[in-house]
Design a protein around this ligand. Sequence first.
Ligand code: IPM
Ligand code: MG
Length: 360
Amino acid sequence: MEKKITVIKGDGIGPEIVTEAQKVLDKVGEKFGHKFIYTDILMGGCSIDKYGEPLTDEAVETARNSDAVLLGAIGGNTSTSPWYKLAPNLRPEAGLLKIRKELGLFANLRPAVLYDELRNACPLKDEIIGDGFDMMIMRELTGGLYFGDRKTEVVDGLETAVDTLTYNENEIRRIAKRGFDIAMKRRKKVTSVDKANVLDSSRLWRKIVNEVAEDYPEVELEHMLVDNCAMQLVRDPKQFDVILTENMFGDILSDEAAMVSGSLGMLASASLNDTKFGMYEPSHGSAPDIAGQDKANPIATILSASMLLRFSFDMDKEADAVDSAVKKVLEEGYRTGDIMSEGMKLVGCKAMGTLIADAV
Ligand code: IPM
Ligand code: MG
């Protein structure tokens, strides 16, 4: 097969980790007889430096006309980088929000898995970890607070800021269906997270999720308030299979879940629309402090490339080959600095990419 992949290397460690993921994809292409044609576009700080905006319309069109997007990471140090002196709509993150909205990427899948090999990196006690955990956060990505009207103005002599949180029933229904669909392929449990004791948007969320649940009698549904969920994630993460939630809650809970797994450098993510098209990126950020030092962990990006193969190209055996290659290299004891523990072999970003590509 021949497939077009738009590549967004981005800022910080983005270029190094994406290069390693492309190394692995090329190996997959060679081994399974596919051709991946890459087109690079700029997004984030690098686009601001070149074009004065974090994502150009041309770049969006390039992405739209491809089969999938592979993204590294964007943004810099928010307290020191000149990008954060710009107006909010010109900062690196605005590029990310724009591409999600323009391409209709409403369904964000963020797995949080405890890798057996990395048990030592998990900050939780052994009795809490038990036999490990494996959850999928299904985050709504193009609605809610991050896309509502906002303004800052002076009201009665006081500087006043407003952000609006809006959801309509269709936006809730389509993400809820995705959540239940994925639960059907997993352990058949959905925890829908909201703040229905306070927010109208959450009460509508709960009502629509209940309606959707009627079409999935095999799936066990529970509702959980977001503050309780934040607590349960550290108290007993094993209880979760699919966490279904709105944009901001998903943003916060997915960072928490990633940290709890102790494997932030290992976690991939997918942002999907109604078609096979998707954008795939690691769950971690651009880590400007270690950029360009060959220290970054490319595994989350490599596993994102694997999700790309599986979800957008229906290349299941190719994706399995990548996942097994990652597992094999970890079993052989190779580690980047972030997941290093005693007795293991420390390698850099490039070496890790080469080891995984060779293992495919
Ligand atoms: C994420 C990030 C983004 C978000 C930021 C950079 C806008 O935190 O992908 O989780 O909040 O969605
Ligand atoms: Mg986030």
